[in-house]
Write a protein that binds this ligand. Structure first.
Ligand SMILES: Cc1cc2nc3c(=O)[nH]c(=O)nc-3n(C[C@H](O)[C@H](O)[C@H](O)COP(=O)(O)OP(=O)(O)OC[C@H]3O[C@@H](n4cnc5c(N)ncnc54)[C@H](O)[C@@H]3O)c2cc1C
Length: 414
């Protein structure tokens, strides 16, 4: 591990700097290391604020608590980078503070890092859509620490409910409200709905006292999925006791709760926002071309428009699928495939080969709903129940194997 960057002066000509060790950035580092085995000129540097990689897709399980025999400890979703990176990759743990594009320097708290090629893979941040009070009132679920905070807040709310007098006040305090019915909101609501009755008695509450509410602005949860998948997910959530409210747009978050567009108040003891993501603030005003939600616009080779020495991948990149004309969603699967193309294109540049265009190979959509069931759309076949949950477990297991065995995820496998 390396904390200072001033020593990085050698190998300048071939220096590739990867900003962000998430799904996309780590994958570029792992795949490129394998490809560059025989190339002594190229030097790889990976920069992240953390010295670990976070398996974000498993956060809902952490937020569901571990005390109750729940499913993941926070530590288990932080994989130390030193366990995954070969000697070939220099790691710099530092906060990235900006970009000096003309000077070809990445600006970090540890000092500037010069690059010949830069890969931007800084992910995204929760988007509060400038809803008044939301950032202050609601928790988010974007890191292992966030997930621990959610579970701690739930436990505190259950204690407060147990100490309260009157069933109505108890019920209100023991209600968890999740805003946003996308995959993250559904996974979190399902996980908590299953855990709450199990832990209630430990807090002095009847198992039926806690409640779980999922609030979605659109007409349906899991927007964009097949009607059958949505039906399956809705059925499992209802079975778990989750109250789903669609066409319920949050207009403000106050001390009392979420105020909906129609004026109605949604009360609860804990509020979590899972309503969408946007690019990190860092890219605004950076001189990078920015599209919807602040994501960086790229060409078909994943090079930033007008900046051919800079690649972008993952949630940060705004990549249009030529087959649908739509920008690809912020998903780990997309980030990994983009990382694969970036690694191949950097290798091609070093070898003097032509660049390849990015093509997304959709492997399907799997969402866990609770600790035992899930829904999946794979190759046009929709399934719901235990099998879909096992599939989600298998995908996560395969991902962990791919990073801990230093090979990166193979988009052609699975
Ligand atoms: C709760 C949750 C559940 C999800 N579930 C799924 C799922 O089931 N399936 C799925 O396909 N997708 C899922 N996603 C989405 C998926 O996690 C993202 O699409 C994926 O993480 C994007 O990868 P990335 O490399 O672009 O960004 P990230 O994985 O977020 O990595 C970005 C990296 O950049 C670093 N970084 C950012 N800014 C700075 C800075 N200024 N200085 C230094 N370092 C910085 C971060 O520390 C991080 O390591 C989920 C997301 C969340 C939050």
């Amino acid at each position: 591990m390396e904390n200072a960057v001033s020593a990085f002066t050698a190998g300048w000509a071939g220096r590739i700097v990867i900003a962000g060790a998430g799904y996309a950035g780590l994958h570029v580092a792992l795949r490129l290391t394998a490809r560059l085995r025989d190339n002594a000129v190229a030097e790889l540097t990976l920069v992240d604020r953390h010295d670990y990689h976070q398996v974000l897709t498993e956060l809902p399980r952490v937020a569901g608590g571990t005390r109750a025999g729940g499913t993941r400890a926070a530590g288990a979703v932080r994989i130390p980078l030193q366990d995954m990176l070969a000697m070939r990759v220099r790691f710099v743990q530092s906060e990235i503070s900006g970009f000096d594009l003309p000077g070809r320097r990445l600006l970090t708290r540890a000092g500037p890092i010069g690059w010949r090629r830069l890969v931007l893979a800084l992910g995204s941040r929760p988007n509060d859509f400038a809803i008044p009070g939301l950032a202050q009132r609601a928790l988010s679920l974007y890191s292992a620490s966030d997930a621990e905070r959610v579970w701690a807040a739930v436990s505190k709310a259950l204690d407060a409910a147990a100490a309260a007098t009157g069933p109505e006040r108890q019920r209100r305090l023991a209600t968890v409200v999740v805003g946003g019915g996308g995959a993250t909101g559904v996974e979190l609501a399902g996980e908590l709905a299953e855990m709450l009755p199990q832990v209630a008695s430990g807090h002095g509450l009847a198992p039926g006292r806690p409640a779980m509410l999922l609030v979605e602005a659109g007409p349906t949860i899991l927007a964009g999925s097949s009607p059958q998948l949505i039906d399956n997910a809705t059925r499992i959530l209802s079975d778990l006791g989750v109250q789903v409210r669609t066409n319920a747009m949050v207009a403000a978050a106050t001390e009392e709760g979420f105020r909906l567009k129609g004026g109605q108040l949604v009360e609860g003891g804990v509020f979590v926002w899972a309503g969408g993501v946007k690019a990190p603030d860092l890219v605004v005003g950076s001189g990078l071309p920015i599209g919807h939600n602040g994501r960086v616009k790229v060409d078909r080779h994943l090079r930033v428009l007008d900046h051919p020495q800079v690649y972008a991948a993952g949630d940060l990149a705004s990549v249009t699928d030529p087959r649908t004309g739509h920008v690809l969603p912020p998903l780990a699967q997309v980030a990994l495939e983009e990382g694969e193309t970036v690694a191949r294109n950097l290798d091609a540049e070093l070898e003097g080969r032509p660049l390849e265009a990015f093509t997304f190979h959709d492997k399907g959509f799997v969402v866990s709903v609770g600790t035992r069931r899930g829904v999946a759309d794979i190759a046009g076949i929709t399934s719901g129940g235990r099998l879909a949950h096992l599939l989600k477990d298998a995908i996560e297991w395969e991902y962990r194997q791919s990073v801990t065995h230093l090979r990166g995820w193979d988009p052609l496998a699975l």
